[in-house]
Design a protein around this ligand. Structure first.
Ligand code: 0A1
Ligand code: ZN
Length: 881
């Protein structure tokens, strides 16, 4: 484990390397405890470098066995090797030289899952961001692009399958039960995209003919016996390949595209050139074991990794500060893909919910950082919602500002100009400026400035002058190490909605530039006046969530009710109702805290029923609209002095009120939607299940709700319905025999299916109330649980800490105590996973004083632990700062 050196990396310190490595030839002699890696590098001094500066190669925990320069063993005095670096003080004076380095590593002992490790007996690698240096000494930075040839040698029975990046080459027998395979990747790539997989796996194969008629062999490798579960992933891959050709003009470029699913993986998946490695959770699915959400995630992540082939691999990042260059852009691309495959409106609502749930708290708390950070201590901690999700929102805003056609022109120019480069955000913005002639310099602040901008709006209508006026002000709150903020360019899509539900045309507008239904805010304050507006419109602002901001606008509940029914923009219709629900829940929380019974407006409660039954709307939209904001959403919107128990009580009261008022209507609708017949994972069928399961959630709060949920559970013919019923039982009727029986039946049925057991862990880890902490502690001893597997840890511990407001934030602090012990135990093996878990406390300052003090003690206890990893120390210190 790398302990913290306290070193801070700064963007302004970027210097190109003195040396390049145009060619990298690697030989792996695989063995679980002592793998030999022979690396033969062709090294070149960069043009313009005078003299022979020392060559400093990165390492991480390496053992050097041999080093040769231009074919001759290097004298020990000519180099200095530590586990962390290999320094050649006086490289040859000639422009090019060859360096051979042999290292020894032990994949079976690698529990951090970075570098070369073993997962279920399969050798696999993870090199992003800095894992390659755990394999061999190298210039392990993304601006060193090299052409790799890789030879893998292994025991044939242990690893009949030998894979690396690029196209397959020679293969053969070595005698003695060993064999070899050679792979060559013609595209120069950074070391973080290197990958190797060797093991005994089952194969699903297919092929794809590209737009220009080249045939690509597609393969997905999974555990033997699970091949059938990769069908949906393969289908998603082919759809992604076609979509990227049609929408972005991007063709695949190698003869093969391989995907391998492994069960031990720190993240979702990895875009290694021609050899994507996936967390098996994002490959394996059928109706019996995966929910509709799992299917949607698989489709999105397969697409995401595939799209990286152009946005990330062909054009990579100059340095890790530019991470959003590949991630924000690729998330934007996968969002668009899913929107085209499914319902655009529903997809957008889901994206915004995710952004608000994960990115807003980050941006509004101690871990806030710009989409393109300027400093980091541990790069692994910057694979964040800000870099990914806000990064995607920034790309979306560029499209909003430029329009779809100009955006595509800019993207074409990006690919043309930067193919083969390690590029920067400045390069990216430049192509859009050049393609469109627009000035994006103020807009660029979205990359450089942290914090969620707040926009306040006051609207007024003057019936005498037929003028409608919006007074709009923007402010960006201070964030760590950035107290003063500059004014942003905020594209605010809008509509003035008339009484017939249609957008009102206006004669002229003054006070801001307004184009194609978008107000461009550039100053602190704009007074925007629309003339020729005879009737008072309802104002629909930030349509489609055109900018990732918080919006404060005094709006009459009648206007919101009206917009919730009639806004022409589906996202804004959802938003209007969600705002009404949020306001009601905040008021109800205040009532609970004041010892009063929460009360809810009859119109609001009835509106939930009207939307649920509106046959003009898709099922999935209706399901999202009537799903109440989660407890964490409510807490975020309250902002300070949070008491999770009061929020929970308020939310349950609203569930109860909506269920009681709409009882017979919901029941009839639930019946009408019926149990699904034959299963299809498509969005329409999934939407129907989603609505029925939300209705179940409401109906389950009524008398005998546990019986209805138990029936739903036993009648379920797919995991979506089964897991939904189990959740309702365990969360709403935890003490009932129905809940106990269902949990036992589920465990019995799926005890040997690790990914399904993750759902069982998740549901229990999220059980509201005081008892959760003891339950979760007990479950850490369950035979299906393992502290060494990231999926298990995230399902049980991660869910408890980030999705169980009342359990984790238990007033007596026992949730936090358990958390400290567990984070430290995970850290011993896997610092990266531990650091991510620890972010669960990032909003500790918004808790009420008692919990706040206990949360702080917990953070201090972690930071006081001996030999803390760089990963965990970085998170804990920034959280406490
Ligand atoms: N580039 C990947 C995410 C990723 C990052 C780091 C990893 O190592 C632990 C693994 C994956 C993506 O965006 O999909
Ligand atoms: Zn990515």
């Amino acid at each position: 484990m790398r302990t913290d050196t306290g070193q801070v990396f700064r963007l302004e310190d970027y210097r190109p390397s003195d040396y390049h490595i145009p060619l990298t030839d690697l030989t792996f002699r695989l063995s679980p405890d002592s793998t030999r890696v022979i690396s033969e590098l062709t090294i070149e001094r960069r043009d313009g470098i005078s003299g022979t500066p020392p060559l400093v190669l990165d390492g991480d925990g390496l053992v050097l066995k041999r080093v040769e320069l231009d074919g001759k063993a290097l004298a020990p005095s000519a180099y200095e090797a530590t586990p962390e670096s290999l320094v050649i003080a006086n490289p040859p004076a000639g422009k090019r030289f060859r360096l051979l380095i042999e290292t020894e590593i032990a994949p079976s002992q690698n529990q951090a899952l970075m570098g070369l490790y073993r997962s279920n007996g399969v050798y696999c690698t993870q090199c992003e961001a800095e894992g390659f240096r755990r394999i061999t000494y190298f210039l392990d930075r993304p601006d060193i692009l090299s052409v790799y040839t890789v030879r893998i040698e292994a025991k044939r029975d242990e690893a009949p399958l030998l894979l690396a990046n690029g196209n397959p080459g020679e293969r053969g027998d070595l005698g003695d039960g060993r064999h070899f395979a050679v792979w060559h990747d013609p595209f120069p790539k950074p070391s973080y995209l290197f990958a190797l997989v060797a093991g005994d796996l089952g194969l699903v194969s297919d092929s794809f003919v590209t737009a220009s008629g080249r045939e690509v062999a597609l393969a997905i490798y999974v555990e033997h016996g699970k091949e059938r579960l990769a069908t949906y992933a393969m289908d998603s891959l082919k759809r992604s390949m076609r979509w990227d050709e049609e929408v972005f003009g991007r063709e695949y470029d190698l003869d093969v595209f391989n995907i391998v699913a492994v069960s031990d993986f720190n993240m979702g998946a990895m875009e290694n050139k021609g050899l994507n490695v996936f967390n098996d959770k994002y490959v394996l699915a059928d109706e019996e074991t995966a929910t509709d959400a799992d299917f949607a995630n698989i489709e999105a992540i397969i697409a995401h990794e595939y799209f990286h082939n152009w946005t990330g691999n062909r054009i990579t990042c100059r340095d890790w500060f530019q991470l959003c260059l590949k991630e924000g852009l690729t998330v934007f691309r996968d969002h668009e893909f899913s929107a085209d495959q499914r319902s655009r409106a529903v997809k957008r609502i889901a994206e915004v919910r995710t952004l608000r749930a994960h990115q807003f708290p980050e941006d509004q708390g101690p871990l806030a950082h710009p989409v393109r950070p300027r400093r980091y201590r541990e790069i692994n901690n910057f694979y964040t919602a800000t870099v990914y999700e806000k990064g995607s929102e920034v790309v979306r805003m560029i499209r909003t500002i430029l329009g779809a056609d100009m955006f595509r022109k800019g993207m074409d120019l990006y690919f043309e100009r930067h193919d083969g480069d390690a590029a920067t955000i400045e390069d990216f913005l430049q192509v859009f400026e050049d393609a469109s002639g627009r000035d994006l310099s103020q807009f660029a602040l979205w990359y450089h400035q942290a914090g969620t901008p707040n926009v306040t709006v006051a609207a007024s209508h003057n019936a005498a002058s037929n003028e409608f006026t919006l007074e709009i002000e923007q402010s960006v709150p201070p964030t760590p190490s950035e107290s003063r903020k500059r004014l942003m360019h905020i594209p605010l899509a809008f509509g003035l909605v008339g009484q017939d539900g249609k957008d009102i045309a206006y004669a002229a507008v003054d006070g801001a530039s307004v184009e194609d239904g978008v107000i461009h805010l550039r100053k602190r304050r704009h007074v925007v006046t629309f003339s020729g507006v005879a009737e008072r419109p309802a104002i629909s602002l930030n349509r489609g969530f055109s900018a990732p901001i918080t919006l404060s606008i005094e709006q009459k509940p009648e206007d919101l009710m009206f917009l919730a029914r009639h806004d022409g923009d589906a996202f804004s219709r959802w938003q209007a109702f969600n705002t009404l629900l949020t306001d009601a829940l905040i008021a109800a929380t205040r009532n609970v805290l004041g010892g009063k019974k929460p009360a809810f407006a009859k119109e609001l409660v009835e509106l939930a029923g009207i939307i649920a039954g509106d046959e003009t709307l898709e099922h999935a939209f209706r399901a999202l609209a009537i799903s109440l904001p989660g407890e964490a959403d409510i807490a975020r919107d309250i902002g300070a002095n949070i008491d999770p128990d009061a929020i929970h009580a308020a939310r349950e009261a609203l569930v109860g009120a909506i269920a009681e008022t709409n009882q017979s209507h919901f029941k009839a609708l639930y019946e009408k939607l019926g149990a699904s017949g034959s299963f299809s994972p498509d969005a329409t069928s999934a939407g129907r299940r989603a609505l029925r399961n939300v209705l179940l959630d409401y109906l389950s709060i009524l008398p005998h709700g546990e019986m209805l949920a138990a029936d739903h559970f036993s009648a379920a013919t797919n995991m979506t319905d089964r897991a939904a019923a189990l959740m309702v039982l365990a969360h709403r009727h935890p003490k009932s025999a129905e809940a106990v029986n269902a949990l036992a039946a589920f465990e019995e049925k799926y005890r040997s299916d690790a990914l399904v057991m993750d759902k069982w862990f998740q549901i229990q880890a999220a059980m509201p109330g005081q008892d959760a902490v003891d339950l979760v502690r007990r479950l850490t001893a369950h035979p299906a649980f393992s502290m060494a597997n990231p999926n298990r840890v995230r399902s049980l511990i991660g869910t408890f800490a980030s999705a169980n407001q009342t359990g984790f934030h238990r007033a007596d602090g026992t949730g936090y105590k358990f958390f400290v012990e567990t984070v430290l135990a995970v850290e011993k093996r896997n610092p990266q996973v531990a650091a991510r878990l620890a972010t669960a406390l990032r909003s500790w300052r918004s808790l009420e004083p008692g919990r706040q003090a206990k949360a702080r003690e917990a953070l201090l206890a972690i930071s006081a632990a001996e030999n803390l990893s760089a990963d965990l120390r970085d998170i804990v210190e920034r959280t406490l700062a």
